[in-house]
Design a protein around this ligand. Structure first.
Ligand code: ZN
Ligand code: ZN
Length: 453
């Protein structure tokens, strides 16, 4: 993908439709009529404004569906309309006595398990590369804006603690031999109780070790406060789900209203290793030349493998270049801002902000699952599924019209109120030059104009 990531790309034309790989992979995107229908409830007396229903392509482009992306791998995954979401039996409703979203900071590490401390940093990490990890308070603030209308509360730093796991005394005796062996478990201290967490060596050797995400989620289900609608648990450590995976960045048990997000793999120091695009991260992921270079590279790969593949001319996507109105569209405004940001030799502060943006996006996504929202198949959207850390970076922080309708329904707030809260976060001094928040602010400003017309 070297050609696609060459620096100096000016993202001259924006692609608003899916990539041509979408059709090749068998993905049939719901058409505009279906998308509008998916944004409505059947017996709704308060009909939302057309601007809320219709996702203008220049504000809400189609999902990219690049080779290897989640939708390309699973093109027939069923979309979830607003009505389907509304009718979902397993969905938990927000009620007056159960409407608070809790954010739990990463657990503290007790003396007995201080070997866990360096596990949150990539192997071979050098002090001069240090990037400040995202602050829980910042993630909390972002989520308060994203789920505007509901109280979002931050739990104290001392809420959780990783401790030694002593399985009933038998293995508790630490002979010098046992000491040198890596334990299989640690304990997560939740109030008075300690819950067993499986740990293992990182399969891909990027970190020294990982925590099991299912155990982390099981542990926090028990601590849901009475007034909690949902709870998000942040961890600094790398996580794994089962024996067959290398790592996982986030997961939600939607029905149980708990989610966990690990910041470990979003560390900008790993970008090269994980093939994370900075130049063509969202919103520049919608750059036409980038998309076509990405698809060409994949085509060349597969023609090299299947020598007999005929060179059929693939249909060109009619992605409009420029806006049909004289006004700059929200996507173009976002891309213009992105283009002005420095891409090389980023300082510690901007790397830190880059990291924060990624964690905020995933945190809002996983919490979305707690609200019963499934992966989005309608638009490029923060509720789209992702197959890699690289795909994460190419997806937007905003909700598409269908998923926005779900969130507004759950939070009982207005679109404008919510956009203004997000805008206030994105316009804070430290977010201003950030690669996701700065373009997101431009996008929101354009979107507010569109809604007010
Ligand atoms: Zn998801
Ligand atoms: Zn969506």
């Amino acid at each position: 993908m070297a050609s696609a990531s060459a620096s100096g790309c000016s993202h001259r034309s924006v692609q608003f439709e899916c990539s041509r790989h979408a059709a090749q992979s068998g993905f049939k995107r719901p058409n505009m009529r279906e998308r509008v229908a998916a944004t409505k409830l059947e017996n709704d007396n308060l009909m939302p404004s057309p601007a809320l229903l219709k996702g203008n392509p220049e504000t809400f482009p189609g999902p990219l569906v690049l080779p290897g992306d989640e939708i390309a791998e699973d093109p027939e995954y069923p979309p979830q309309s607003l009505q389907e979401w509304f009718d979902e039996e397993d969905r938990n409703s927000v009620t007056p006595s159960r409407r608070t979203v809790y954010v739990v900071p990463p657990p503290q590490i007790s003396d007995g398990v201080d070997f866990l401390e360096p596990w949150s940093r990539p192997k071979g990490y050098r002090q001069e590369d240090r990037v400040e990890p995202p602050l829980t308070q910042e993630v909390h603030e972002y989520l308060s804006a994203f789920y505007h209308g509901l109280p979002v509360k931050l739990m104290p730093r001392s809420t959780l603690c990783l401790v030694r796991w002593d399985s009933g005394g038998a293995s508790a005796k630490s002979t010098s031999k046992a000491k040198s062996q890596r334990p299989k478990f640690v304990g997560l201290q939740v109030s008075q109780e300690s819950v067993r967490i499986r740990i293992r060596a990182s399969r891909d050797d990027v970190f020294d070790g990982q925590l099991n995400l299912n155990d982390l989620l099981d542990a926090v289900i028990g601590m849901l406060p009475k007034d909690a609608y949902a709870l998000l648990f942040l961890v600094n450590h790398d996580m794994y789900e089962d024996e067959n995976d290398d790592f996982a960045c986030g997961r939600a048990y939607g029905g149980s209203r708990v989610a966990v997000v690990s910041s470990a793999r979003y560390n900008p120091n790993l970008d090269e290793l994980e093939s994370v695009e900075r130049l063509h991260a969202w919103p520049a992921s919608h750059c036409k030349s980038y998309i076509s270079a990405f698809c060409n590279a994949a085509d060349e790969d597969s023609t090299a493998k299947k020598t007999s593949k005929p060179q059929t001319k693939t249909k060109q996507n009619k992605g409009k270049v420029g806006s049909s109105t004289s006004r700059v569209s929200p996507m173009e405004a976002a891309i213009s801002i992105h283009r002005t940001l420095p891409m090389e030799n980023l300082t510690g502060t901007s790397l830190s902000a880059l990291w924060l943006g990624r964690v905020c996006r995933t945190a809002s996504h996983e919490l979305g699952h707690c609200f019963g929202i499934d992966h989005c198949m309608y638009y490029a959207c923060s509720m789209q599924g992702t197959a890699s850390v690289g795909e994460d970076a190419s997806q937007p922080p905003y909700l598409c019209p269908v998923d926005l309708a779900k969130v507004l329904h759950a939070t009982s707030t207005t679109a404008i109120g919510r956009y203004n809260a997000l805008l206030a976060f994105c316009e804070k001094p430290h977010s201003k030059n950030e690669h996701m928040f700065a373009p997101f602010a431009a996008w929101i400003r354009g979107r507010i104009v569109e809604l007010e017309e």
